[in-house]
Write a protein that binds this ligand. Sequence first.
Ligand code: G3P
Length: 229
Amino acid sequence: MVRGVASKVNRAYNFPMKLFLDTANVDHVTEIASWGVLDGVTTNPSLVAKEGKDFKETVLKMCALVPCVSAQVTATDAEGMQKQAVEYSKWHKHVVVKVPMTVEGLKALRFCKEKGIKTNCTLVFSLPQAMLAAKAGASIISPFVGRIDDAGGDGMQLIAEIMEAWEHYQFSTEVLVASTRKPEHIERAARIGAHIATIPYEVFKKLPLHPLTDTGLKKFMDDWTKTKG
Ligand code: G3P
């Protein structure tokens, strides 16, 4: 949990599974943060490239809106990742440094743990990878469920296996369900007890919707209008 959050920053910790937005679009973060349910943002180099905006500026704008913003290193060697991690962590206290799940990444995670830098280990596709990242001291690990589904597997099954292992050993590393593609991924994440789900904007917008809510509200309004007649 990130502490010392400025009062204007949205806090939405009542329901235990945290909801993050997976984006580098500041307008989208502003919109969803206004709902009062957003706990953080995850970005990655592909999302940043898609927006075509300055990376640091984007991260800082997001840090003013939510208490946890993952910013990914672009170096691939441990020394380079460590250097970027130190730099990013100085930008804002809400920054969480995202590090890829490689052997070099493990070294960088250990370095960050020792320096007190919060980390999110990305591109996790197996239980052994999840365990190694947690042992190396990652604050968060990000298994990519959608990409596992795309490859013909069952991404949520991996989340269930990781949560089962976590229960035995009480790792403090949070499990973030990443690469979500549909509301069902979020539902299953909550039922399994994952700590965080990061959600693309288009999927987040679907979460409040239900056709019976629309028809129910229409009937309430129609009936109310009749009382005025
Ligand atoms: O959070 C990771 C995410 O950005 C990857 O999503 O849809 O590119 O697999 P996707």
